[in-house]
Design a protein around this ligand. Structure first.
Ligand SMILES: *[C@@H]1O[C@H](CO)[C@@H](O)[C@H](O)[C@H]1NC(C)=O
Length: 136
């Protein structure tokens, strides 16, 4: 009985905590920017990923970083995959979903273009639901 109340409370807390906000680096420069002044708060529940674009042009490498929605980022990332050659005029776009993950030389696990990785939150809720039904 009591556990049910506790987990219900937890669930509602989680529910209100579903306002998902991450921070990303935002810049457009020849440097793989990582200074604190380039950190921005992404739009809650809309921009759930950090995007990093690396362009190779005649002047060298240009980095373009920003918050992005996962759908937009994954679409451009897969759309530009064929242009990600590492040579002149190469364009590589990567997406990641942890805070500040578009910093320099981040060990990024490339996301499969087939879909976004699920966040941990639904799993946590599932576990709570399971606990609830087992223990009450
Ligand atoms: C981001 O949000 C945090 C907490 O809401 C705030 O303290 C910080 O100043 C914000 N940063 C920027 C760059 O807006």
């Amino acid at each position: 009985m009591r556990l049910r109340t506790v987990s219900a409370l937890l669930m509602s807390l989680l529910g209100s905590g579903l306002a998902l906000q991450i921070q990303c680096y935002q810049c457009e420069m020849t440097d793989d920017c990582a200074a604190p002044e380039f950190i921005v708060n992404c739009t809650v529940n809309v921009q759930d990923m950090c995007q990093k674009e690396v362009l190779v042009n005649d002047d060298g490498i240009l980095y373009r970083k920003a918050c992005a929605s996962s759908s937009a980022c994954l679409i451009s990332s897969s759309g530009y995959q064929q242009f990600c050659t590492g040579k002149l005029h190469s364009v590589c776009i990567s997406c990641c979903s942890t805070p500040l993950c578009n910093g320099p030389r981040q060990k990024r696990r490339p996301l499969p273009s087939s879909g976004a990785a699920p966040t941990g939150l639904p799993l946590l809720m599932l576990v709570l639901l399971l606990l609830d039904s087992i223990l009450c």
